[in-house]
Design a protein. Sequence first.
Length: 344
Amino acid sequence: MTTIKEIAQESGYSSATVSRLLNNDPNLSITADTKNKILEIANKLGYWKDHQEKKIRPTIALLYRVNHEEQLQDEYFTSLKQALISTVENESLQMKTFYDADDLIKHASLFQGFIGVGAAPIENETLKKLHEVLPNGVFVDTNPAPELFDSIRPNLTLTVKNAIDLFLDKGYQRIGFIGGVGPKHDHIQEVDVRATAFAEYIKVRGKSDELMFVNGPFSVANGYKLGKEVLAKCKNKLPDAFLIASDTLAVGVLQAFNENNVNVPKDTAILSINNSNVVKYVSPPLSSYNIDQQEMIDMALNMLTNLIIQPDRAHIDVNMNTNLVVRKSFVPKKVNCLVNKNIF
């Protein structure tokens, strides 16, 4: 069994300092370099294998990446950020926020790991440099580099499949999808997973994928534009129901539908994804899949501390199920399906 004395001898620090750090003494004041060195030696000597009941309190960074172009989309990531800040405070952790990856790279030696929140683009070369200086990282909701960092994300593929099943169970035969394009990564436009899942699963269920409207960013303005496009193409024969990839888009679609006297859910039903605060106040209130942000943050922190004490383990990408919050835009025939846990 690895002892405090062995770690102290190899790291060059006193047994008292090592003991206070590994036992999370809140009054211990040491530099980041000292903390990193002691943890490195503890990992090397296998200390955590013999003391699995112990939990470290690392000094971490938050890499917060939003583009500030869309208020409702930013609201989702702002909420994630606040959940992380509150959790860090409750667990007496130290955390500093960075809005630029290059800035975090410059100060990487001050931290044992980082949490990434936000969807603004980040280049592969930058991610590689970040991994070189701060390899312990967990991205929440997105993961631009799953080969380099851990991640916790909502299971959007399962969410889409559940929505289609609920529509079909209700007797709807013509089902549409409204979505935006995926993020750009290294100047390559990615396909959004929700659109891919819809196109594949709607065919599996024996229905057409011709009623898909996918273009532009995840913004209210683009949702309005896509809503107008739907009305122009479908005219007086709207699909029985639409799955809309995000609340942000759904708000814009509703604006377009309301302007043209489309009655939701009488003329067409709507299901959305994210369950942001605004969906309770639009007309009609939107049924939307809730993403448990607090649970994702809790899991991200656990994954990060585990990665810090087991830096050589394989990286993991965890998917977390959503749950449907039912409002007036769509009420399912039954509510005992996998993701329908909290019905309002």
